[in-house]
Design a protein around this ligand. Structure first.
Ligand SMILES: Nc1ncnc2c1ncn2[C@@H]1O[C@H](COP(=O)(O)OP(=O)(O)O)[C@@H](O)[C@H]1O
Ligand SMILES: [Mg+2]
Length: 265
């Protein structure tokens, strides 16, 4: 049996909407799954966009991640849904969940993820988070081993990154000392726009150049593939967005180390 310690968790966070969190969660999860990781994409945002991005239509009353916050007995494993893509499963959001309702427990998700039944089925959990500094985000950060911060390299997004970093430092000093910053990910980047280079350079100077991951370029195919309910690599193989997310998945695999090398199947 795989030891529970082998289950790694990456939270994809930025308190701004439109930063590319969901696009990154879906595509990075699909790319890591393609590399052979057994991935659970976990949607904490009640907009429910991860299910849309995988073309999964939930029946009314289906078990969701948000059920954890209304039922203390609920188990994450019971919310897991197979996807149409190899090695990739979804724990979907409840679109009717009202932010601010339910349990106030910041460690509810961390406890749910400690279930050995999950570590037997998955190597990696990718958590998509809501664009807010609320209890759901604290749950994600308290449960995660790593944080990935997508940001649009635009002057207005810099303040959002700084706010998130303050929250991260607080969580690292209290609830989750083991939490590590995986990196900042420029999204919707256009190399020839000076503003993009300036903002990415500011983030690199403030937090260290190695923390800035290879950018995801602007690619309409990413928006189209999302609307079609498919990760980009399956919708438009070889498109810029798919190539950039494939390269990101390789960097993440290197940064994480590969537990599958040691974990017996
Ligand atoms: N690299 C990209 N190129 C073009 N469009 C993108 C890219 N990344 C995201 N988008 C589009 O931008 C919008 C916001 O992205 P999304 O991932 O939903 O952000 P968030 O989850 O942070 O709110 C969506 O319409 C998405 O399709
Ligand atoms: Mg989103």
């Amino acid at each position: 049996m795989t030891s529970p310690a082998a289950l790694r968790t990456i939270a994809v966070c930025n308190r701004k909407g439109g930063a590319g969190k969901t696009t990154t969660s879906v595509n990075v999860a699909a790319e890591l799954a393609h590399l052979g990781w057994r991935v659970l994409l976990l949607d904490l945002d009640s907009q429910g966009h991860c299910a849309v991005g995988l073309g999964d239509k939930l029946a009314p009353g289906a078990a969701t991640v948000h059920g954890l916050f209304t039922d203390p007995e609920a188990r994450l494993i019971d919310t897991v849904r197979a996807s149409a893509y190899p090695n990739l499963a979804l724990a979907a959001a409840n679109q009717l969940f009202e932010h601010g309702s339910g349990s106030r427990d910041e460690l509810r998700l961390a406890r749910a993820l400690a279930d050995p039944a999950l570590a037997e089925r998955f190597d990696l959990v990718v958590i998509d988070t809501p664009p807010s500094l609320d209890l759901l985000l604290f749950n994600a950060l308290s449960a995660a081993h790593f944080v990935l911060v997508p940001f649009v390299p635009h002057p207005l997004s810099y303040e959002g990154v700084r706010q998130l970093m303050r929250v991260l430092l607080r969580i690292m000093s209290k609830q989750n000392p083991g939490l590590k910053l995986l990196g900042f990910l420029p999204t919707m980047a256009t190399a020839h726009i000076r503003q993009h280079r300036t903002v990415t350079g500011d983030v690199a100077r403030q937090y260290g150049a190695p923390r800035v991951l290879g950018a995801i370029r602007t690619d309409i195919k990413l928006a189209e593939s999302f609307a079609a309910g498919m990760p980009a690599r399956y919708y438009a193989p070889g498109c810029r967005g798919a190539l950039d997310y494939a390269a990101l998945a390789l960097s993440i695999t290197q940064l994480l180390g590969d537990p599958r090398a040691q974990a017996p199947r």
